[in-house]
Design a protein around this ligand. Structure first.
Ligand code: AMP
Length: 213
């Protein structure tokens, strides 16, 4: 099963994507995580992507598309995958569809985790990420056992540059302008499913499960 997660930054699509990946035993592929890993490792790709990410802008399509296509061509993706943060523009979606079509494959579902902007701004300012392993938490909704310390690896937690309020506003603007048109794109393909992302995490997941089974 091949699934795309749609939704504004901070809508909770990453959390849901991980749970889907676990339940269906398919890889969770986050282009944001791939970039962050590259930034951490100081690669050329990471340094290039960081320029855009820190400003709340999208990384150019040509940098993202190749990485994603290489990733989904790996053998662990043969039974499907859940994409989190890709596509984010119509051209990205078109390239993905064209590549899948060459293989006689297609995306099965695009799941939109719908959350109004006000809720997003609230949520993102409480997000914390581990400097070392990248695990994410929320000071209210998903706190760590010890404040400011990662449960998984014990490293320090920070508010990511791209989660700072001014960057979040910018990212929401970018989302509405460049990513939201994908909702229409996948509606036209009859594979869009919307879930109410304001509910608690478990309820959102159950709504998704009922769509996928
Ligand atoms: P995320 O963790 O998915 O919110 O992604 C963090 C940042 O990485 C985004 O704000 C973008 O700058 C960049 N990024 C991730 N995925 C993409 C994509 N598909 N296209 C363009 N930029 C992306």
């Amino acid at each position: 099963m091949k699934i795309i997660m749609l939704g504004a930054p901070g809508a909770g699509k990453g959390t849901q994507a991980k749970r889907i990946a676990e339940k269906w035993q398919i890889p969770h592929i986050s282009t944001g995580d791939i970039f962050r890993m590259n930034i951490k490792n100081g690669t050329e790709l990471g340094m290039e992507a960081k320029k855009y990410m820190d400003q709340g802008l999208l990384v150019p399509d040509e940098l993202v598309v190749k990485i994603l296509l290489d990733r989904v061509a790996q053998s662990d993706c043969k039974n499907g995958y859940v994409l989190d943060g890709f596509p984010r523009t119509i051209p990205q979606a078109e390239v993905l569809d064209a590549e899948l079509e060459k293989l006689g494959e297609k995306i099965d579902y695009a799941i939109d985790v719908d959350v109004p902007d006000e809720n997003i701004i609230n949520r993102m300012s409480g997000r914390r990420a581990c400097v070392s392993c990248g695990a994410t938490y929320h000071i209210t909704y998903a706190p760590t056992q010890k404040e400011g310390v990662c449960d998984k690896c014990g490293s320090e937690l920070i508010l990511r540059d791209d989660d700072k309020p001014e960057t979040v506003q910018k990212r929401l603007g970018v989302y509405h302008q460049q990513t939201q048109p994908l909702i229409e794109y996948y509606t036209a393909k009859n594979i869009l499913k919307s879930v109410d992302g304001t509910k608690d995490m478990e309820d959102v997941f159950q709504s998704i499960v009922s769509i996928l089974v």
